[in-house]
Write a protein that binds this ligand. Structure first.
Ligand code: IMP
Length: 218
């Protein structure tokens, strides 16, 4: 059974840039740290335990949604591998693949979702237990588009893990099967989440400020 996401409250300014280790070249562009990397890693470990229990007697095919899903994918697979090698625990075969999706320009969705993949790759998903690994669900359009494409190729099952879900009014209502954190409607960067390809190498999830939005505008 999946646990509920940790709720990050609105106007949460608990962690200031000065109190945590943030690279100097990014500091002026961020208003605060929303989720420190330690908490992210801990939460992913917990989600990995839940996934490990839910997929007993099955094998999982993780499909990482690039580029933003890369970090959660890496931490999740590491945690699953650790669980697999623990004495006494039943182990689960894990395979993986990557798919690329993009829809954002600056802080806005362009409305159309571009998915780059090939037919052969999609055909190989047939009869597998697919777990799509996403970074963030905002309007929900990207994940719904991806699920539609994958469903057409007859996987045995299809579930979604997303590190974040944004609380917004114009969401399509999509709820992931596993989710790390429910966050306020702010544009966040770090932990592989980007703003026009910048900030992916930031370790914490941080809120981008106005100077950041203006300085790295497309
Ligand atoms: P959706 O289709 O509106 O749900 O948007 C999902 C995609 O938009 C994610 O995979 C991200 O690439 C991007 N995105 C949405 N919100 C943010 C954000 O706050 N920071 C960085 N990327 C975001």
């Amino acid at each position: 059974m999946a646990s509920k996401p940790i709720i990050i409250p609105d106007n949460n300014n608990n962690y200031s840039i000065e109190q945590l280790s943030v690279p100097t070249h990014y500091r002026e562009y961020l208003s605060n740290v929303m989720i420190p990397r330690g908490l992210i890693k801990d939460r992913i470990e917990k989600l990995a335990q839940e996934i490990h229990e839910d997929y007993q007697d099955k094998s999982i095919h993780l499909v990482c949604v690039l580029k933003g899903g890369e970090k959660i994918f890496a931490d999740l697979t590491n945690s699953l591998h650790t669980l697999n090698s623990r004495y006494g625990q039943k182990s689960i075969p894990i395979t993986h693949d990557f798919i690329k999706a993009s829809s954002y320009i600056n802080t806005q969705t362009s409305g159309s979702v571009n998915v780059s993949t090939d037919h052969k790759q999609l055909e190989s998903l047939k009869d597998k237990h697919i777990l799509l690994v996403e970074d963030i669900i905002d309007t929900g359009k990207t994940i719904v588009a991806l699920k539609e494409i994958i469903s057409k190729h007859n996987p045995k099952s299809l579930k979604v893990i997303s590190l974040l879900i944004k609380r917004i009014n114009h969401s399509n209502g999509f709820v992931p099967d596993y989710c790390g954190f429910s966050i306020p409607n702010e544009f966040v960067v770090g932990y592989c989440l980007d703003y026009n390809e910048h900030f992916r190498d930031l370790q914490h999830i941080c809120v981008l400020n106005t100077l950041g939005k203006n300085s790295f505008k497309a």
